[in-house]
Write a protein that binds this ligand. Structure first.
Ligand code: ATP
Length: 513
């Protein structure tokens, strides 16, 4: 068994080696928490975005998409609350000079206690075997109950202090819990301060009349300010949604964990406009619908869980995360937020324009409530990629590295391999590539022995290898090899398109929802 840290290092190294993710400006030693996607990474990213877009926009009659600009009028961010409240509490260690998010230090402390609970549960499962009742155990075992109480009181105190902006108490909590710098063990902390995460920039050529702008920290506001444009021009009736994917920028205090927390990243967000009072049912609907979308990809049901927010953001009346089991533990992958009428009302106030919906059935106008689903494309990429990377023991005592990406998301769907570089086999293989490339991303590979080519394609995540051999010259058939099972089948060249389509089609996968 490799430990979590080693596994994560493998993920990062593999992402680079196979052209998925590179550090930004690497030749200049990189830029902290900024990454570039390589030749395979861009395909995987496009496929994830497309899988989301199809499920959210194309499959819902009442959801449409937009593509708003990254720059927005600066008043947008006053109205949305980002200028005043988009802060993270930071704390510095005076000895190590390292900077941390105070809330994350406390959350990590609780995660350690949670790991202890998991250990107790594991031990008890072994001890009691089939008779084990987990629910009963966690509510009655004294040690576990104490651990859980500690977590609950800690998190709720933190949430209250953050809510009240009582940063002195957040520091007091860190001191009482004896939380030390994870790198050095030092407990010599500064006070906790608030830090605004927005990046500022300027618009305009001359210094005196330049306008201060922000790079958007979320895509959502581009949707809110276009609410009426879309509603009117699309003649949308409530309930309806507007979806958008695009870049967002946050000057994160601590940016580690690879593409999990970046300073420039991409979001896939959908704002669903509803009648006030119906937010409870839509909240449940979107929680269930989004979880089904995740599960359709087959990354393992046990790798997801909901986490209700302790501290609600300034705009929300209910909020939860879908957490995924990353190589470093369960962490937020997607947020589902009931945003009330906060955003539209604020934009009404700041713009002086009415942002209301006329309900023809009730013959009244109102500011709609909003349910938001918001997922980070890069985080989704990391979830898919890290979960798919496996080291497999084979029967002949060797191992192989396989990137078992869901076929629908794989960058290259099939590699076509002539068994040898002569006898007309390359020509047939290239013809197959030319035929299939109208429908799928396919590649041609003739270098090295075929076994090594299979391994290379396994590691790159290609679901199918198609081998052209001397029999092909006689009977027009080829060998198709399946990445995950390594099963090989003899099929006719004309059957290839249908076989591949069945496995990689978005429909096949989304139908599992
Ligand atoms: P976190 O608590 O991890 O900072 P958040 O609660 O601030 O995240 P939201 O504002 O709800 O995140 O953003 C929605 C989604 O955008 C998140 O669920 C996550 O997938 C993604 N996201 C947010 N910040 C980043 C980032 N710095 N890098 C990559 N993805 C991000």
């Amino acid at each position: 068994m490799v430990n979590q840290e080693d596994q994560f290092k493998k993920v990062i190294a593999h992402a680079k080696e196979y052209g998925y993710v590179f550090q930004s400006s690497e030749i200049y030693d990189g830029l902290s928490a900024v990454y570039d996607y390589g030749q395979n990474g861009v395909e995987l990213k496009n496929n994830i975005r497309n899988y989301w877009w199809k499920a959210m926009v194309q499959m819902h009659d009442n959801i449409v998409g937009i593509d708003a600009a990254i720059f927005m009028h600066p008043t947008t961010w006053k109205a949305s609350g980002h200028v005043d409240a988009f802060n993270d509490p930071l704390i510095d260690n005076k000895d190590s000079k390292k900077r941390y998010r105070a809330d994350v230090l406390i959350e990590d402390y609780c995660a350690k206690i949670e790991a202890k609970i998991d250990k107790e549960v594991e031990k008890a499962t072994k001890r009691f075997g089939d008779a084990f009742d987990k629910e009963q155990f966690v509510t009655t075992n004294q040690r576990v109950v104490e651990y859980q109480t500690k977590i609950d009181t800690t998190l709720s105190r933190m949430a209250k202090s953050l809510e009240k902006e009582d940063l002195a108490d957040v520091k007091a909590l860190i001191e009482e819990l004896e939380i030390a710098d994870p790198l050095t063990g030092s407990r010599n902390w500064t006070d906790v301060k608030q830090f605004n995460l927005m990046f500022g920039t300027k618009l305009g050529a001359s210094a005196e009349n330049a306008m201060d702008l922000y790079l958007r920290p979320e895509t959502a506001q581009g949707i809110f300010v276009n609410f009426l444009n879309v509603q009117k021009t699309g003649r949308m009736k409530i309930p309806f949604g507007i979806a958008q994917t695009g870049k967002a920028f946050r000057n994160e205090i601590v940016a580690r964990q690879f593409i999990f927390r970046m300073r420039e990243f991409e979001q896939m967000e959908m704002q669903f406009f509803i009648k006030p009072g119906t937010q409870g049912e839509w909240y449940d609907y979107w929680k269930a619908t989004r979880l089904k979308w995740h599960k359709s990809l087959g990354l393992g049901e046990a790798n997801y869980r909901f986490h209700d927010h302790e501290k609600l953001a300034h705009y929300a009346d209910a909020a939860c995360d879908i957490e995924f089991k990353f190589p470093f533990g369960f962490k937020e992958l997607e947020g589902i937020h009931s945003r009330t009428d906060f955003d539209l009302s604020q934009h009404e106030k700041y713009s002086g324009k009415k942002l209301q919906y006329f309900d023809p059935e009730e013959n009244t106008s109102y500011v709609p409530y909003v349910l938001e689903t918001s997922i980070g494309l890069d985080r989704m990429f990391l979830a898919v990629f890290s979960n798919s990377l496996v080291e497999e023991e084979l029967d002949n005592n060797t191992t192989r590295t396989v990137l078992k990406l869901p076929a629908v998301l794989a960058p290259t769907k099939a590699a076509v391999l002539p068994l040898v570089k002569k006898d007309g086999l390359p020509e047939i293989a290239k013809k197959i590539v030319d035929d299939l490339k109208w429908d799928f991303n396919v590649s041609y590979d003739e270098k090295d022995a075929v076994g090594r080519r299979y391994r290379r394609q396994d590691a790159a995540g290609t679901p199918f290898c198609i081998t052209v051999d001397h029999d092909t010259l006689e009977d027009n058939s080829v060998t198709i090899r399946y990445r995950d099972t390594m099963e090989q089948k003899r099929v006719k060249i004309e059957e290839l398109r249908d076989i591949i389509k069945q496995e990689v089609d978005v429909k096949t996968w989304l139908m599992k929802m």
